[in-house]
Structures are given as C-alpha cells and as structure tokens.
Write a protein that binds this ligand. Structure first.
Ligand SMILES: [Zn+2]
Length: 306
C-alpha cells in the first residue's frame, strides 16, 4: 500500500480494494487540520489507516471526511473510519445523510445491484447522526494555511452527488460526476448507471467547467491535468451515446443492438472493456451498467441537446 504525493497539500492513498490497484482513491489534504476526500468501501479502511500513518496524519487532527455520494465504493467505509477519527465530521449532500446514518437499506439495494461484489466491499457501518454535516453548494471547509474545500453540487450520477473544489491547486474532486479515468490506459469512460439523469449530469459538467479547474482528482482514479478539456470531452462522449440511443429507440431497435452500436462508436470504451477483462470487479462495478443508464434515460426523457 502506497500513499503518494499529488502536490504540496494533497496526497493520494490507493485503497487497493479487492486487491486491485488504481481502482479506488482516497485523498488526504493537509493544512493546519486535515481532511479526507472519499474513503472507499469498508474493506478499504485498514489501508486508509496505513496511508494516514505513512503521511503522518494524526487521527485527532482530521477535521472532515468529505464524500461525493453514498455509493459503497466512495463512502461505504466512512462509518468504520470515523471510529478512528475522534474529531472528524462527515460531509455529504443533505439527501445522503439518512443513508450514512442508517445504511441497512443501501446495503440491501447494493446487494441486489452488485451481487457478490458487495462481499468484497463489506457492509457499511452506521455513522452517528450528530457527526454528519449535510452541506449545500458553496459551503467552505476551512483547513487552515489557506487550504480549503468548496462544496459544488453536481447531481445527475446520483440525486445527492457533490464535488469539491480546491482553490490553491485549482483542482476538483469530481467523485463520479466526470466519468472514470482509467489512468493505466489513459481513457475516460462514463459512470452513468440507472437511474440516470443525463440532462442533470451535463448541467453539472457545465458547472465544473465554469470553475476553470486545472486538475481533476478522480476517485477512479488519480490526478489528471487538462481538466477542462477532459470535462468537455466527457460531455461529448455522453451526447454521442445519447444520440445513438435515440436512433435506436426511434428505429425500434432492441437494447442489445443499440448497446453494441454505442460500443462500436466509442474507441475509448472498447479499450476500457479490454482492460477490465482482467479486472472483473471493476467491470461489474462501473462499466456494464453505464450504457443501460443512458439508454433508459433517453427512453424516458428523450434525448439531450447536442
Ligand atoms: Zn457512484
């Protein structure tokens, strides 16, 4: 397990969830106080704790554990981690609060959607409600030494998703709002499982672009430069998928044929499918449902402007 330096204030812990490297990241920000962005699932927490020790972060000095949304791969471990951090508050969108405080329903739903993969993630532990802060867009989390995180509401992937902007490095922690960056092969692929609001995903991308970020700190996985180009390219990729989905629906095509045409239209996605053959957990978690999310959205709401 390796914690690595991203810049002067930000570090990355590879949680190596299910033994897979470059899959789920947890970030550590060190100002006067420390913050953690994303925890990974319950099974990742031993590695997060090793990372914090490597980075010489004292548990009592962690002020915030900020998560993008309540899906298990991003924040399933927060209840377990919090037991080790006596002063930390959990930061989440207000709609995520009940899921973190009472994760039983989330766990049951995850077991239905993800099947046996949930066993690799581990069951989430509840977070005491008085330790959770539901935050709205614009909330500032001050860490001292001019370091801060600003909450940016980025709904769409989930109805309670938020990103975090870090002004010193002009970087964004986009959670699942900007796709998945497979850093070993250099491609971005959609993270758009059902139930998806593609129109809201695109509005959230516009919002992130308006911040003019220089870097993206992907939860899956790692730092990438040229942030704005990546965000714009991601929006284009989603619009192309939606266009093909619309053609399919208009032509009464079956879902399998439409899915195949989407894959054929997208070399980055083809590369990703090849890559995840060796990493089935990753494929099951993040790729297989993304096409279905877009097709279902277009069926229900019509397409999005090009
Ligand atoms: Zn997610």
């Amino acid at each position: 397990m390796q914690a690595s330096r991203i810049n002067e204030h930000i570090y990355l812990i590879d949680t190596e969830t299910a033994g897979i490297r470059n899959f789920i990241a947890s970030y550590v920000l060190k100002g006067k106080k420390a913050a953690i962005v994303e925890t990974g699932p319950t099974s990742s927490i031993p590695n997060v704790l090793i990372g914090l020790r490597q980075l010489d972060v004292k548990p009592e000095n962690v002020a915030y554990v900020a998560v993008s949304h309540v899906h298990l791969d991003h924040s399933g471990g927060v209840g377990t981690l919090l037991k080790h951090l006596p002063n930390a508050k959990v930061i989440v969108h207000p709609k995520g609060v009940p899921h973190l405080a009472h994760p039983e329903k989330l766990w049951e739903q995850s077991r239905i959607v993800l099947g046996s993969i949930t066993e690799l993630y581990g069951e989430p532990q509840p977070v005491p409600e008085d330790r959770i802060m539901g935050t709205t867009d614009g909330t500032i989390l001050n860490l001292g030494n001019d370091l801060e995180l600003r909450v940016v509401e980025t709904l769409g992937h989930a109805s309670h998703h938020q990103s975090y902007f870090e002004p010193l490095s002009h970087g964004v922690f986009p959670g699942d709002a900007a796709g998945i960056y497979l850093n070993e092969i250099g491609v971005v692929v959609p993270t758009t499982p059902p139930p998806l609001r593609l129109d809201i995903v695109l509005a959230s991308l516009d919002r992130l672009v308006s911040l003019k970020p220089r870097s993206l700190y992907y939860s899956h996985f790692g730092k990438a430069a040229d942030a704005n180009i990546r965000l714009l390219n991601y929006a284009q990729q989603l619009k192309l998928w939606a266009k093909i989905a619309k053609q399919g629906i208009d032509g009464n095509e079956d879902v399998e044929t439409t899915s195949r045409r989407i894959v054929e239209s997208d070399p980055a996605f083809q590369k990703a499918l090849e890559y995840v053959k060796m990493r089935p957990v990753l494929g099951e978690t993040v790729l297989n449902h993304s096409i279905r999310g877009v097709i279902d959205f277009v069926k229900k709401f019509g397409t999005v402007p090009e």
